[in-house]
Write a protein that binds this ligand. Sequence first.
Ligand code: NDP
Ligand SMILES: N[C@@H](CC=O)C(=O)O
Length: 806
Amino acid sequence: MKVIKFGGVALKTTEQIKEVKHIVENNSGDLLVVVSAFDKVTDLIIEAGQNAVTTPNTFMETLNTITEIHLGFISDLEIVKVEIKEEVGQKMEELKSILQGVSLIGELTQKTLDRLMVFGEQLSSIILSAYLNIPHIASEKLIKTDNNFGKANVDFESSYRLIREAFVHFSGKAIAPGYIASTKKDTLTTLGRGGADFSAALFAAALGARELEVWTNQDGFMSADPNIINKAYAIPSMTYTEAMELSHFGAQVVYPPSLLPVYQMGIPLHLRNIHNTKGEGTRVDRGDHSKNISPVKGISSISNISLATIRGLGMVGVSGVSMRLFSAMAEENTSVIMISQASSENSISFAFDKNKKEEVKRAIHKEFNQEIASGSIHKILFEDDMSVVAIVGEQMKQTTGIAGKLFEALGRGGINTVAIAQGAGEQNISWVVRTPQLRKTLNVVHEAFFLSEYKQLNLFLIGMGTVGKDLLDQLNQQQEKLKKEHRLKIRLAGIANSRKMLFDSNGIPFDEYMTLLDRDGEASSLPSFAENVIGLNLYNSVFVDCTANDQVASLYKTFLENHVSVVAANKVAASSSYENYETLKSIALNKGAKFLFETNVGAGLPLISTINDLRKSGDKILKVQAVLSGTLNYIFNTISKDIPFSKTVRLAKEEGYAEPDPRIDLSGKDVQRKVVILARESGYRCEDTDITVEPFIPKTLFNGDVDSFWKALPGVDIDFENRRKILEKENKKWRFVGTFENGKGSCSLVEVDSQHPFYDLEGSNNIVLLTTERYKEYPMLIKGYGAGAAVTAAGVFADIIKIANI
Ligand SMILES: NC(=O)C1=CN([C@@H]2O[C@H](COP(=O)(O)OP(=O)(O)OC[C@H]3O[C@@H](n4cnc5c(N)ncnc54)[C@H](OP(=O)(O)O)[C@@H]3O)[C@@H](O)[C@H]2O)C=CC1
Ligand SMILES: N[C@@H](CC=O)C(=O)O
């Protein structure tokens, strides 16, 4: 004997019902088919009942809809037997007269509601019995319960006996309505919403079925809620305990009470999807499921939770407090979803359905009246808008480090855990988070435990000029390789320039961002950009700054505080006051986020990381001597009798070396910032005032705006040409050199001869000599392209990859 159950969602359309027929016909051997009401019918019956109470006669409209649904199926399924239409007609008449009675009395008791609701399953089973051409069995006569209407408690012994007696000579196929039962005195009852699963499980257990197959519209138990986690997948197999834990914590695949009968009798439960009949579904049985890749089998969550916390020193060491509290909840018919108690015993927190808040308040005040009056319970706190999340897996109890990994992932994701519980069985860790953080929580935990195929970073980028544009091109080119070779997906979740901004948590295509930004973007606003990044609350969020703007740099603090890592090509923050620099670094450290700015000095050259590595390994940076301006080195390598100074500046801008405002380069400010950053990363508490700058062009050029600067610039060409000729004669070159030693530094134009290590520094290259305790006699030398779109973008890219930690 096999039992198959079809839920209402699997009985939604004529096509689905035809599929049901295939499934039934393809099952050879003895078979009992248990069915729910057709989709939505139970809800419509409840609605009709409620309408009958509140507004007499309005129930007729709903009743007509119910009739249409059933007659519609009879016609669409081409059921020609006249008796079926008559039988359905009779049932509808019966339903109508009960509703009229409700309307007259103006009251709908749970008992009457049960009496109404049984029609759903009765009607579907009558129609399907005719369509499948198999006999119909009256379940209500076989499943016996108490009179707890709405969710009656099953009398297992009598039910099993009656079912076995009814099936003693049975062979072939039959259909039975789920959900409905009756008391000893044959009063109709129901088994609670979802109770058709329970009926099927009772039949399967009583008859010792070889399998119970339950068809819904889901692939079985999923690793997490697929509506939230698009990478969630169906769990192929699990134990009864795991299924119980997951369904208790919100995975609505199977009605939790159904698991007990099949577990007790060791009957395998197979969950299948009517929309994916070839899918494997989930098998729940007593088999060995220990070979699963992850000890965590699934994540489940329940929202709409409130959390109550009772605090008081009077609870410490007093026995029976928990017992009294939970008995009081039981008296109010309130289910406690999760409990957390500190070992100090001075507080107990528990989670419950938010709709039960009044009952919970009443229960606490009634039970602990005296303690509250005496002050031994001094605080009762209610927090709303909470969700309970649980990870479940029987193998968790044999694996160390699960809790460590879980809470590390949550911490790194910036998720605050409000309360925690783990039973000694170790197969479930549950915790409470604020509901706005639920989506992120599920993502973070799914990524941590479920072998999501890919690790994902969510990028938010401001600045799509020279560097930003190249970065997006590189990301576009590399995305397939990163996915394939490093299992890393980079999703562009937000972009902005000075005019517009655009967000899409599903990802903005790298090859279309500009068109989309222009077409769909809204007006750019930095506060609103930050709000969006934080509001989207995506896990593994990274903010990338490819501007030179101080207002953009002022957003870093907020991002880091909200666990959003920051990658900056912009040098403003790292070279601002030491206090700000230090604050940003320490927030990043405390929040488990990263603040990376490798390209601030030497573009793509590994300068900051090398200094960090030297220091971490115990070395000390004693002195820095460097050419750090790509623009200035390019200018001094390009200037000639044919190319005047002003032209070289224009060329440097065109080549993408110069700052958005080239006066930052020409004034020496850019190099000063870089020396400050190197000094700080070398461990010195350096301010920009510690680094002097000797200008090499008149300060008057820096008054006014950029346009007037460009106009005035050719004015210095003759002087430069005169100085250049002398230099050429002496076989020397200009290098703008930054140095730092003993807490102080300088930036100035130096004339170097052919013996000097900086003499042969080509193009826009940078060079850095690091004198350290270990590299004293022969300083460490790092040299190469020090500016330009491609190398800088590559440096920013490398910082992003560091955050992914692949
Ligand atoms: N070029 C190089 O070789 C290197 C550059 N860097 C640094 O990289 C950064 C970017 O340089 P680069 O790409 O050359 O500069 P660009 O001028 O080419 O691009 C700057 C981008 O920032 C945007 N932007 C400016 N202000 C705002 C704002 N308030 N809100 C939103 N967007 C804004 C601009 O928008 P819009 O397009 O609308 O004007 C533009 O897209 C600079 O900090 C520079 O120091 C670091 C190392 C090397
Ligand atoms: N403008 C800068 C760019 C890199 O930081 C330079 O010229 O070096």
